[in-house]
Write a protein that binds this ligand. Structure first.
Ligand SMILES: O=C[C@H](O)[C@H](O)COP(=O)(O)O
Ligand SMILES: C=C(OP(=O)(O)O)C(=O)O
Length: 357
């Protein structure tokens, strides 16, 4: 009998390839695994103060064009080699976009950007992109939004964010407790730290929750807890929170919760009122705080692409501007080079002291 009580608002349920099937199409390689693991090791070493460098999560707000994305990755690889003595560079590879209300939800959800929502295609191409980046020798960072998605591509990621819109969600904290990467918890969109601090605490514990196994079968996922959660300050409530007073308040909140004092500053979002031209100012200020002796700042985030700014998604996709964001506005490539090189110059003189501390 057709149920009169369920799926009333569901118009279709399509079969989707399982994590195992997608991994078979895009298998992990030795070289890719090496760079994923090297990235995770470096990040853990920074978080545990065995490595005095800062890490920088830098890249487009979202990947929409794998060709431009790989063009960016190759340039970033060369730049990361130049600054490696002071900065551990991780490419931002964001495929899942949380929206305030509606909008394009990222490459996995709608890879063709035409509302055809070919999620299986997006998942396979997204995994392939991550693998290509890893094979170049660059570690990747992403936001974990869909709780099932990490089964499909989490093995290719070195750093994960829980975003400002989901940091209070139990589902996301449970997922983070099982992720194999260090996880940055962003402060809420209202600027409050409490949800992020609670998120780090929650995810550090073991959880059992519903999920899917490799073969797409409903499963109870039992996790160990994630020991490498840390706070990401992205501003909020109409105010930035990267200044020395805000950083001190963040340190106090972490200490009160008996958590390690590890703070990452996102130069974008509410820390720069989403104005990309302000990101270099935020970065310079934060790097100077490190130069002045701050010990809790371990990393930075930058939204950067080949071209500055952003563009709406046109109905005729041939009109898309190459290398320009279709979500948040980014700094361009030459600004990115300047930002990283200037930070590198300042930090060169400082790291021996951090190492000694
Ligand atoms: O970083 C990306 C955006 O800030 C986030 O996805 C929210 O976007 P929206 O407010 O344009 O929906
Ligand atoms: C959505 C993002 O950030 P936040 O969660 O800080 O808004 C992002 O970095 O893409």
């Amino acid at each position: 009998m057709t149920s009169r009580t369920e799926n009333l608002n569901v118009v279709g349920i399509d079969r989707m390839a399982t994590p195992a099937e997608i991994k078979e199409r895009v298998p992990m390689t030795e070289r890719a695994a090496e760079s994923v693991l090297a990235g995770r090791r470096a990040l853990v070493d920074i978080l545990e103060r065995r490595d005095p460098r800062l890490f920088v999560i830098v890249g487009p707000c979202s990947i929409h064009d794998p060709v431009a994305g790989m063009d960016y990755a190759r340039r970033l690889l060369a730049l990361s080699a130049e600054v490696r003595e002071t900065l551990c560079v991780v490419m931002r590879v964001y495929f899942e976009k949380p929206r305030t209300t509606t909008g394009w939800k990222g490459f996995i959800n709608d890879p063709r950007m035409d509302d055809s929502f070919r999620i299986e295609e997006g998942m396979e191409r997204g995994r392939r992109f991550l693998k290509d980046v890893a094979e170049l020798g660059l570690p990747a960072a992403t936001e974990a939004l869909d709780p099932i998605a990490p089964q499909y591509y989490g093995d290719l990621v070195s750093w994960t964010a829980i975003g400002a819109r989901t940091v209070e969600s139990q589902t996301h904290r449970e997922m983070a407790s099982g992720l194999s990467t260090p996880v940055g918890f962003k402060n809420g969109t209202d600027g409050s730290l409490e949800s992020a601090v609670n998120g780090i605490l929650s995810a550090s514990h073991a959880h059992s929750f519903l999920g899917l196994n490799e073969n797409g079968v409903s499963a109870i996922i039992r996790t160990r807890g994630n020991a490498h959660g840390h706070l990401v300050l992205r501003g909020g409530g109409g105010r930035p929170n990267y200044d020395t007073v805000s950083i001190t308040l963040a340190e106090q909140a972490l200490t009160k919760a008996k958590l390690p004092c590890n703070v990452v500053v996102d130069c974008s979002h509410a820390n720069s009122s989403k104005k990309p031209e302000l990101q270099p100012l935020v970065m310079r200020d934060v790097v100077h705080q490190v130069r002045e002796g701050n010990r809790s700042i371990v990393g930075l985030m930058i939204e950067s692409f080949l071209e500055a700014g952003n563009q709406p998604i046109p109905a005729d996709l041939s009109k898309l501007r190459y290398g320009c964001s279709v979500t948040d506005a980014c700094v361009d490539w030459s600004t990115t080079e300047t930002m990283l090189r200037q930070a590198h110059e300042v930090l060169r003189g400082v790291l021996p002291t951090r190492r000694a501390a």
